[in-house]
Structure formats: structure tokens, C-alpha cells
Design a protein around this ligand. Structure first.
Ligand code: ADP
Length: 478
């Protein structure tokens, strides 16, 4: 395995999940092991102490209830110390008056002194429990020391000890078993984690494979969706929606490029043909003038398309291009209306308005002028002589509505759905005549949306159209 693929392997989510899985199993084992260790040692110690107490209590009561001679006491000690086969006790009795010990032969630590401190406790009737390590032994002794009070005075001090090998062995066995099973459990947890993660991540692997195959020329492929409704399925669904949108944009861009090329090719071709025809032989001054006039018309069309394209790309770059300022919308509409009056007069179209209310809005005046000018230009362009174009401004609480209504050709329902698409023109031959590039409404929609507003259209074929621009009054530049 090369070092690169090794790095990749350790970078995979599958391996990371498997490792995390085993780390958590290891932690669980540690917690469980510590708990079991604590419980076992605690129980064994408690049990040892209980035995010590029972054994010593029997001896204490025997001494109290019988007037034993030293020999009797020795016998009693020997019998008690050898009575348990596996849990032999070491017993010794200290006679306070005689300052001498009587003890079982097997007393584990014959030289063990009774300290002054312990003696003090015994006199007060207390008992002590302790662990004592004897050199050369693997486990300690547990020793109980308690007073034997006869009458009112403490006559003897009884010590009973148990070698704790059995308890320690049990704990050691548990530790051994635990240490032996831990690596097996860890390996099993790594394998389990790896298998679980592989199963859960397999849809992601499929997604990656499909995504690699999606290119600009093959946008039809979609990510596999398991329809399980889980997070991965949700991700696949979201990516597919995103791919739908990207494909749509790709198609639109391709269409747009083709439309723009066509839009520019037509006037350029007419310019070229005209000039070629003129150059083919000597022409009169009038013929040259005519060519120049036609060339100028073609150039104007090219210039308009280029300026529309520049405007579109500017408006595409986002709302951060807006220069917001408060201005009187009624006055602006009046200005635009005045600018278009000569055109409407020439076309014999009545251009009128309802009295505009005094409304101040916060917006980019130059851009919004472009929107209203475009709508008015269209209204006049697509209305036959003798028709009417009407502008109104309505002031509502938080927003304003500018409506431009015409009695023009109208737009079919199907075209209404595409009217804001780039380069869309209802009747291409007619628009060619009217000189439109099909970009005006697209630009207008962008500008209005940057102002957090919207454009709505209503239209009836042969009756006319109304374009409503709804704008918020107080757009805050954010
Ligand atoms: P253009 O520059 O071609 O006018 P627009 O984007 O402004 O481009 O308009 C797109 C198309 O919508 C126009 O070509 C025209 O067919 C249609 N249209 C726009 N406004 C009107 C209107 N007031 N009446 C009828 N058709 C309209």
C-alpha cells in the first residue's frame, strides 16, 4: 500500500467511525472494569470482616461465659484456628495482667506488638481492623483486634487474622480475564464499527461516483436516492434539486448565448452585406447616403443590445450595486412621462396619468427610472396608433404600486409565464421591427427584486396589458 493511499484510508470517515467506535468501547470497558473491580474488592473485604467479627465474637463470648484456665484458652484457640479448612484463622490472646500472649501456632506475625495507641482504644472498648503485610507473602492478612471485657475491666486483647490470598486471587483472576478479553472486544468493536460505517456510507460512495460523472455536457445524471428519508437520502434529494437548477441555468445560458449571438449577427450581417454590395461597383452619393442610413440603424441596434447586455450583467451582480437615496416617486414618474410624450404623440397614442400622490421612497433612482422607462417604452411600442397608455401611482401603508396600463396587443397566457426570461420576445418578427432585444423585462425584474419588490402582469389579447411594480417604501441598505 503506498503512503498516499494509507493517508487516504486513515482520512476516510469509515475508518474514523471504526476508531471512535473502538475508543468508546475501550472507555466503556474501563468504566465497567473499574466498577466491577471496586464492587468485588469491596464485597470480599466486607465478607472477610464479617467472618473475622463472627469468629472473634464466638471466642469473646466463650471466654466471658466460662472461667477458662490458660490451657482451656489455648485449646479453644487451637480448635477455632484449625476449624476452617480453606479459610484458616490465626488467633492470639494477650493477657493484660500477665503481659503475655497465648496464640495459635500458626499466628502469622508472632513479633507483632500491640501499640500503646491500640491498647488505649482497647481499654475504651473499641475494636480495630487493619491489613498487615508479612514479608515473603503475596497477599496481606486482615486482622481484627478487640478487647475481652470481663466484669468492668478489659482482661484480654483478642486478635484474629485471616490470610487474604483467596480474596486477592479472585480479584487477580478477574483482572486477568478482563485483560485477556479486552483486546478481543476492541478488535471486534473495530470490525463492527467498520462494517456499520461502510453500510451507512455506501450511499455516499455511490453519490461521489455519480457526481464525478456529471459534466457540463452530461447534466442528465442524478444522484441515487435510497428513499429511506434519512439524512443521506435528504442530502441526495437536495443535491438533485440543486442539479435540476444547475441544468436549468446551463440550458438558459446556452439559449441566452445563442439568442444574443443571433441578435448581434443579424445587424452585423446586414451591415456587411450592405457594404459589400456598395463596394461591388461605383455608386452615386444618394446610394451611399442610403447605405450609411441603414448602417446607422444596424449600429444603433447593436449598440442597444450591447448596452442591454452590460446593464443585465450589472444588475446580475447583486443588490450591492444599489445606491439608495430617498426621492419623490411622483416627480420621477412625471419626468419619465414628459420624456416619452413626443414618442407617444408621434405614434398618436394618448399618454395620461392619474394625479400622483406625494410619495417618498428609498431606492436607487437611476435604476428605478430605467424600470419605469422600459415598461413605458414597451407599452407605447406594443400599442397601435389611436390607443392609450395610462400611468398611476398608489400609496399604500408600507409599499407603493406603480401601474402602467396600455390598450395594446396584449400577451397570451403562455407568453406571460416566460415574459421575464432573457431574450424572450412574444413575436420575434414583430420585435425585430420594434427593435427590442428581449432583455428589458429581465433587467427590470432584477432591479425591482433588488429593491425587495416584485413585478406583476395582467393581460388580455387585443385588450391590453397592465404591469404593476410593487416596491417597499423604506428599503434598508443591508
Ligand atoms: P423587448 O426589448 O423585446 O421589448 P422586453 O424584455 O422588454 O424586451 O419584453 C419582452 C417581450 O414581452 C417583448 O418582446 C414583447 O413581446 C412582450 N411585451 C413586453 N411588454 C409588452 C406590452 N406592454 N404589451 C405586449 N407585449 C409586451
Amino acid at each position: 500500500m503506498s503512503s498516499k493511499s494509507r493517508i487516504r484510508l486513515f482520512n476516510t470517515i469509515g475508518v474514523r467511525i471504526a476508531l471512535w467506535y473502538s475508543v468508546s468501547v475501550l472507555l466503556m470497558l474501563l468504566v465497567l472494569g473499574s466498577f466491577l473491580y471496586y464492587r468485588l474488592t469491596h464485597t470480599l473485604n466486607k465478607e472477610t470482616d464479617r467472618i473475622l467479627f463472627d469468629e472473634s465474637e464466638f471466642i469473646v463470648q466463650s471466654i466471658k461465659n466460662n472461667s477458662y484456665t490458660t490451657n482451656d484458652l489455648l485449646k479453644l484457640i487451637e480448635i477455632k484456628s484449625s476449624s476452617k479448612r480453606y479459610l484458616r484463622t490465626s488467633i492470639r490472646l494477650y493477657d493484660i495482667e500477665q503481659s503475655s500472649f497465648i496464640g495459635s501456632e500458626n499466628f502469622f506475625f508472632p513479633d507483632l506488638e500491640i501499640s500503646a495507641d491500640k491498647m488505649g482504644k482497647m481499654v475504651q472498648g473499641e475494636q480495630t481492623l487493619e491489613k498487615i503485610w508479612v514479608e515473603g507473602l503475596r497477599s496481606p492478612y486482615r486482622l481484627i483486634t478487640r478487647p475481652v471485657v470481663i466484669g468492668n475491666s478489659c482482661k484480654y486483647i483478642l486478635q484474629v487474622g485471616i490470610y487474604m490470598r483467596l480474596s486477592y486471587k479472585s480479584v487477580e483472576n478477574m483482572e486477568e480475564n478482563f485483560l485477556m478479553s479486552a483486546p478481543i472486544l476492541i478488535i471486534l468493536s473495530i470490525i463492527g464499527g467498520w462494517l456499520i460505517s461502510r453500510k451507512n456510507l455506501s450511499p455516499i460512495t455511490k453519490m461521489t461516483e455519480t457526481a464525478r460523472q456529471i459534466t457540463g455536457s452530461d447534466m442528465k445524471r442524478r444522484i441515487f436516492s435510497s428513499h429511506t428519508g434519512d439524512e443521506v437520502d435528504e442530502l441526495a434529494h437536495t443535491i438533485n434539486i440543486m442539479l435540476d437548477r444547475i441544468e436549468e441555468s446551463f440550458t438558459k445560458i446556452a439559449q441566452f448565448t445563442a439568442d444574443v449571438s443571433h441578435e448581434l449577427r443579424t445587424p452585423v450581417a446586414s451591415l456587411k452585406t450592405g457594404i459589400e454590395v456598395m463596394l461591388s461597383k461605383d455608386r452615386t452619393a444618394a446610394e451611399y447616403r442610403k447605405l450609411l442610413y441603414h448602417s446607422l440603424v444596424s449600429l444603433e441596434r447593436i449598440t442597444r443590445t450591447i448596452s442591454d447586455l452590460m446593464e443585465l450583467s450589472r444588475s446580475d451582480s447583486g443588490s450591492n450595486i444599489l445606491h439608495l437615496k430617498s426621492f419623490n416617486l411622483g416627480n420621477t414618474l412625471k419626468e419619465i412621462q414628459r420624456k416619452f410624450s413626443p414618442v407617444s404623440d408621434t405614434k398618436n397614442i394618448v399618454l395620461s396619468n392619474k394625479e400622483f400622490p406625494e410619495v417618498e421612497i428609498n431606492g436607487d433612482k437611476i435604476m428605478l427610472r430605467r424600470v419605469f422607462a422600459n415598461l413605458l417604452d414597451n407599452a407605447i411600442k406594443y400599442t397601435s396608433p389611436g390607443g392609450r397608455v395610462y400611468i398611476s401611482l398608489e400609496d399604500r401603508n408600507d409599499d407603493v404600486i406603480v401601474s402602467i396600463t396600455d390598450t395594446g396587443v396584449g400577451i397570451t397566457e403562455e407568453s406571460l409565464r416566460k415574459i421575464f426570461d432573457r431574450c424572450f420576445r412574444v413575436d420575434t418578427s414583430r420585435s425585430g421591427e420594434t427593435g427590442g432585444s428581449g432583455l428589458g423585462l429581465s433587467i427590470s425584474k432584477n432591479i425591482v427584486e433588488f429593491h425587495k419588490g416584485r413585478i406583476e402582469v395582467r393581460s388580455d389579447i387585443g385588450v391590453g396589458s397592465t404591469f404593476d411594480v410593487i416596491l417597499p417604501k423604506n428599503l434598508i441598505n443591508s
